[in-house]
Design a protein around this ligand. Structure first.
Ligand code: SF4
Length: 496
């Protein structure tokens, strides 16, 4: 069916609109630009959901400079909570909306990749940054880790357990899709020690799934999820996405009901972003698909998910994530937003060490060649600015639904509350935040806009402190998530 072509919003067009608003006057920030729309905070607090520069800034390095900078960190002992990310850059098919697709899957390429991945895990064996302290959560992401053969999946997990100092209670997550995740693969992953599966269900509507080039139908999804949960050996969590073309509110409510009817341990609800260079944006622009849900519609879908899981008495683990059983701990996702270290392995993997964020070579051939040569194949590295940890902790707390500016500022020797007050007070008036003692909690509207709030607040605060030097050392508690208090979100007023 053809649809009338008309201009549609993309992630990038929204980000540009927000940047123009903030940087509108010769690059100077003015508090007026940070004001939220008090008339309709849920649907229209800001012109768009994101701004372009989402992280604290630092000094970017590439090539040999990046490699030298990472090498200099390899013998430095870690402390505090640590993660490890393992990337598997293959997918059997490309989903229309995806910007993470890297390489087509072939059995031979995936098998060679698993060989090289094991060598990547060995490269820093015996070096302090890898060995010195426990690792608390490991995440196999992609791409599609479940696309690996059962033997390659098993030996990759076993290599992680052999070469990384995993804590006894380490969460080991295998991300993937249900398509071709056979019994044999499930059993191999469980036997090797995986204790959590995070699967991209996205929607249970067969029509919507097929229109997005997802392969399996509703019945297959349900059957396979029941099978995986039936082993009763690991947490089973799914991602759902709201806002697909053709996914009405009724379809979304059915997605929530279906998820809740299955023996799942947790559900993560994401909004669809339509990226300009995605096949989905081209199809919508060509009239081959109806437009995706707009910001206001997605706000209603988000609010519906909050209401649904709150009524069902699921535990709120973050703004988008609910757990039903205590098997779902969500350690990687929660710590991943904080300032803690994250070791990285595999082509295209991103990591962070002592505030330096880095990405390993995305090109498969280059990544393999450097691993073979015994060199950590880093492509880019960004050295942290002086306020990196404070700003990262601030965005982490805002993205998790609650922030204690007093406690956070004290840890860094900064009087953060008065710095943030001009922005924060207006957001309270607009119905995005409420004050509870020292805590600022997000309302449902604030939760929907939490990434925008986090980015805007970081931008405001960093502009105010840019000429100051940190006066205090970071309290160890800040190198994790202890400045945020997600369970307090339960108390947030359910008002739009
Ligand atoms: S399987 Fe996942 S990573 Fe691969 S194309 Fe689909 S959404 Fe993207």
């Amino acid at each position: 069916m053809e649809h009338a072509a008309k201009p549609h919003a993309t992630f990038e067009s929204g980000a540009r609109a927000m940047m123009e608003r903030i940087d509108g006057k010769a690059g100077e920030l003015h508090v007026e630009a940070f004001r939220a729309n008090a008339a309709d905070p849920l649907h229209a607090a800001f012109p768009a959901k994101a701004i372009v520069h989402s992280g604290p800034s630092g000094m970017p390095l590439a090539g040999e400079a990046a490699e030298a900078a990472l090498e200099a960190l390899a013998d430095r002992p870690r402390s505090g909570k640590t993660l490890a990310y393992i990337h598997v850059p293959f997918c059997e098919t490309r989903c229309l909306y995806c910007m993470f697709y890297q390489n087509p899957l072939t059995e031979e390429a995936a098998h060679r990749y698993a060989d090289a991945l094991v060598r990547d895990l060995e490269l820093w064996s015996g070096r302090a940054a890898q060995e010195s302290a426990p690792i608390h959560a490991v995440y196999f992401g992609g791409g599609t880790p479940t696309a690996l053969s059962s033997a390659d999946l098993k030996r990759s997990i076993e290599a992680v357990r052999r070469h990384l100092p995993l804590a006894n209670d380490c969460e080991i997550t295998i991300e993937g899709r249900i398509h071709n995740f056979t019994d044999e693969k499930m059993e191999a992953a469980l036997e090797a020690g995986a204790n959590r599966f995070s699967l991209g269900a996205q929607t249970f509507s067969t029509d919507v799934r097929r229109s997005m080039m997802r392969v399996d139908d509703r019945e297959t999804m349900i059957r396979r999820l029941e099978k995986l949960a039936g082993y009763d050996e690991a947490a089973v969590v799914i991602d759902l996405i709201y806002g697909f073309p053709g996914q009405s509110m009724d379809v979304w409510l059915d997605d929530l009901r279906t998820a809740s009817s299955l023996p799942l341990d947790g559900v993560d609800c994401y909004q669809l972003n339509v990226f300009e260079r995605s096949p989905l944006a081209r199809r919508i622009a060509a009239g081959k698909l109806p437009p995706a849900a707009d910001t206001a519609m997605k706000a209603d879908m988000f609010a519906a998910s909050v209401e649904f899981f709150t009524r069902a008495n699921w535990r709120r683990l973050s703004n988008n994530h609910w757990g039903r059983t205590h098997r779902e701990r969500n350690i990687y996702n929660e710590l991943g937003k904080s300032a803690c270290d994250c070791l990285a392995f595999g082509s295209g993997a991103g990591g962070r060490l002592f505030g330096a964020s880095f990405m390993l070579e995305r090109g498969l051939a280059e990544w393999s060649a450097r691993v073979e040569a015994g060199r950590k194949p880093v492509q880019f590295l960004t050295k942290p600015g002086p306020w990196w940890t404070l700003l990262r902790s601030l965005t982490s707390a805002m993205e998790s639904g609650a922030v204690n500016l007093h406690a956070l500022g004290s840890a860094f020797g900064v009087d953060l509350e008065p710095i943030a007050r001009p922005v924060v007070d207006q957001w309270i008036e607009a119905g995005l935040l409420v004050r509870r003692g020292e805590w600022l909690l997000q309302t449902v509207a604030g939760q929907y806009w939490h990434v925008t709030l986090a980015q805007l607040l970081m931008r405001w605060v960093s502009a105010q402190i840019v000429n100051e030097s940190p006066k205090a050392h970071v309290h160890p508690a800040v190198n994790g998530a202890s400045v945020m208090h997600p369970q307090k979100m339960q108390a947030a007023e359910a008002r739009p």
